[in-house]
Design a protein. Sequence first.
Length: 693
Amino acid sequence: MSRWTQGLNPEQAEAVQHTRGPLLILAGAGSGKTTVLVSRTGHILESGAAKAKDLCVLTFTNKAARELKHRVGVKIGAQAKDLWTGTFHSFGLQLLRRFHKEAGLPSHFGIVDSSDADGILKELLSNIRNSAKETFKADKLLSIMGAWREVGRKKAQNPSDEYEVMAEVLLPKYLRRLESLGVVDFEGLLLKPLELFKSHPEILARMQEAFQHVMVDEFQDTNRTQFRLVQALVMNHMNIAVVGDDDQSIYGWRGACVSNILDFPKSFQQCRVIRLERNYRSTPAILSLANNIIEKNTARHGKVLRPDPQAQAGAKPELFVYDNDDIEIEEVVSHIRHFRDQEIPNDQIAVLYRSNGQGGLLEGALRQNNIPYSITGGMGFFDRKETKDVLAYLRTALNPNEVSFRRIINTPSRGIGDGTVERLAEFAAEKNAAAQHLPKGKSLGFLSAARDWRGAGIAEKIGVHIDELFSLLAGLPDELLGNGQPAVPGESAGVRLVKFLDRIGYRAHLRAAVKDDAALAKRWMAMEILGRIMDGFLERGGATRESLREFVDAMELRDPGEGLDRDQTPKVQLLTLHACKGLEFRAVVLMGLEEDLLPHRTLGEDVAEERRLFYVGVTRARERLVLTRARARKRFGRLAPVTPSRFLEDIRPDLLERFESGFRPVGEEQRKTLLSDLFKKLEVSIATQKVER
């Protein structure tokens, strides 16, 4: 027996030992898929089936990639460093960096995230003559355009759909704009490698030769483009193993295609399918409920979660029904207290809900009751304006592009207004129109126009500020790395970054945008956190310009909010159902099990996916599970009756303990304790009133 199969159950061991040909590992919730992925990687390397450099593992988060590489490295040592692990987007970025010429990109092309792409589209939209253009939502247009790019579509299929018609007009303009800026958006990080493979088959052959084994984690979350990328990489050797669970496919709204995992055995002939059904997370009582929920979906790979033979039956999941949503919120707080009384720590208690609005109501109640909490699913650290501003400074200083330069040209204010920016853009366009002989891709960009501000007719007093900005940016990398400066004990690159921001007036810029000192302190703390993150990155890669470039790349591709909560106080976790996947807690409260919330009235068009969402929430619970619903809920300030979720109606009665009154019956001992506490409170209140008199 290989050391990589020790302690595994028969199905897990079978998945680890399969090293040739296509493999689909259907990993049910809590079935130890990460252990299998790590063990299979180690077994392939140790058995000689492949060398570390020949193995590519694609994940959906950088955290998962790092964990896998670390766990393999602990067992096999230094050779693990040659293992390629990363996200699909980081794979695309590396490939395009390596073959940028063949891809028609500048050597140091930039990456635009969703908010930058949104800004580019709004600018293009403003230049279109359309009386209704102000009503178009940029994010919806980007979503339509992204779906079209995925399948190679360029024209509207429904001429009566105004969004499709506008998308048809904007798509070519948007792609040309990205090209002229020398940047790639997130969709481009996946699509351009496929275009590269098609136009340069020799590059595809090199990649196929380089990666003799490919593994993909969370395969149920892949979209069509990611599936095509995997197909291209493995078509010669077919050594492809994917791990996933179709029952946990909950991201269809952002492009995930559940058919990728459902049809995998058809797409890859002679595919081996191994089911991991033994659950090591939840009690048998919770698993029985979960199986009953998901079996109602028909388009799925058949599997049944089975409990660990050593597991105790556990408490039956409970359903509480409340008269209205205000009472529901109050009682959710009571459930949290109840779990804490049973010595379940705060950070092992989670409250899950379908929409962010439910979480907002709960936050207020937790604050009133002094219960510490952490909320997941809000604005991520790297989505904050101040974080993006600082990264734009670093990007422009190292690998300048127009998007990042425009962002910082007047942030903080330098007296370089919108009129100056527009004139520089016009000047660049005029020069390009007059120089049609220039080779493709060689044109006067916005940065070059800014350097030649005199030629653009910009006033001297404004031009001086532009020159000062360029001088500032030219010296920034050396300033951060401490090159040519007297060493200051204990002063890191991160500390120097914060000092730089203060010196150029960015702190004052933030101060003008907030109401009080507390808000300023919170925003400025974000700058210090970013500095600490940069220090950690430079410690691993060395204090060099190249490491700074890699830091900016990594931050632009970073998993939102990863590793940023410095407060170690155990907190109750508040999460949307979409944000809870991959996590587990000893106790879970799942709120709002009503029609129009779950399934959601506007977001839940795919009822099968909404049922999978419910299933994911249930399977986060290890020991205790509480479900809640209200009979009436406030909408637009008025209380209106609501009906139970159809998913509740489908559950077998014997699998839930139901409390229609909204309250759990109190045992004799608990009743005595409650009465004793009440009498003590009354005595204290009476004594206080006597003193006051």
